[in-house]
Design a protein around this ligand. Sequence first.
Ligand code: SAM
Length: 213
Amino acid sequence: MRVRHKSWAKPYIESHPELIVTNPEEWVGKWDSRFPKQQPLNLEIGIGKGQFIIEMAKKHPEINFIGIELQESVIAVALRKLVDEQLTNVQLVETDGALVNTLFKPNEIDKMYLNFSDPWPKKRHAKRRLTSSAFLGSYKDVLKDGHQLEFKTDNRGLFEYSLISLNQFGTNFEYVSLDLHNSPEQEDNVETEYEAKFSQNGPIYKIVINFKT
Ligand code: SAM
């Protein structure tokens, strides 16, 4: 997803250092200190405009959330929502999810989310998919043993690729849905922006795994 450059984004981000980090390497080993309460830490990569992470944080005040997003003009929109909501259990990080295992200690994360990740349909771009093996290796490093990674997409190609990639990497499949919105789990589902926009066009796929140890 590419969005138009927003000239207000950079100064807005710079004016909210209490909610967003742009120098994540300086916070390695100190993420807990950015939250008022020491509680489990969940991580979403590719938060987009932040609807999911903000709704999750409202629903789960007993969890701290970190949301990573690569694009400045996108994360600035998420930050604006976060400022409006005045939540203390969400921190945003403007960075590349590929760096996740350099930013967090082994076993620091309690749960991870990937929602509607860019599909990168061309074969030569497969390594950029957030469920490719190099990314999975980083997630395994930072996620506590036996803890879950949840993945949702509307893209059949990315869903099939991810099933194969996860299986080849070595994961236990806890849940797979070919049509989340018509399954009992929909009751607890927190929608993302993409999901709200595209779920009329076809099924939403969901995978929940833990990594084999
Ligand atoms: N998760 C949101 C949703 O479901 O509405 C946004 C989905 S959008 C298709 C994918 C988002 O992932 C984009 O905002 C993109 O900038 C971000 N993204 C892609 N690759 C990333 C990476 N390596 N690290 C962090 N964010 C990434």
